[in-house]
Design a protein around this ligand. Structure first.
Ligand SMILES: CC(C)(COP(=O)(O)OP(=O)(O)OC[C@H]1O[C@@H](n2cnc3c(N)ncnc32)[C@H](O)[C@@H]1OP(=O)(O)O)[C@@H](O)C(=O)NCCC(=O)NCCS
Length: 150
């Protein structure tokens, strides 16, 4: 077993059907089943996004999406941050965020970054430089805060 971690950053348009299925498979397992939250996970925003994937020996274990300015907020937005349960607590969530913040800055310099983060992760996002600007409020029945990186 080589345990090779590979990062892939691509626009929705270039995903194969199988690759996109793996993405939705993981996201719904985490956001719908694990978090016991009946919500619309694949949405109309996905096709406009760039998606960052972490693959361990070819298997998808981490992902998030970056929505361009105007798609969710006026600023760039990062969402659907997910690490598979077996792979948590190894800084992959932090690595996902750090990489995606650099990609966002490359793609849309100086547009700012606004996220709607689950309340239990507020300190995690603060540690990455975000400031809370709104909340808590319920989104899909879960408490969230809106946070800004300017
Ligand atoms: C949130 C998530 C992506 C973190 O992934 P991870 O790889 O375990 O995160 P890391 O190992 O990089 O941890 C980074 C920080 O996240 C925070 N964190 C992670 N899990 C946490 C939890 N269950 N409760 C509170 N803070 C948590 C901690 O501050 C941690 O810092 P530490 O290293 O000082 O403990 C992962 O737990 C996950 O997929 N959760 C379910 C989906 C979700 O809630 N996504 C976020 C939507 S806003």
């Amino acid at each position: 077993m080589s345990n090779t971690l590979q990062w892939r950053f691509r626009h929705f348009n270039v995903f194969s059907a199988l690759e996109w299925h793996a993405m939705l498979n993981m996201r719904s397992r985490i956001f719908v089943v694990e978090q016991r939250c009946p919500y619309q996970d694949p949405d109309d925003i996905d096709p406009h996004c760039w998606h960052l994937e972490g693959l361990l020996d070819g298997e998808l274990i981490a992902s998030l999406r970056i929505a361009p300015p105007g798609a969710v907020y006026e600023e760039v937005s990062i969402g659907r941050v997910a690490v598979a349960p077996d792979n948590r607590g190894q800084s992959l969530g932090r690595e996902l965020m750090v990489k995606s913040m650099a990609y966002a800055q490359d793609l849309w310099p100086n547009h700012g970054l606004r996220i709607s983060g689950q309340a239990y992760l507020q300190e995690f996002y603060h540690g990455l430089g975000f400031t809370t600007v709104k909340g808590p409020y319920l989104e899909d029945d879960l408490p969230h805060f809106e946070m800004l990186l300017s």
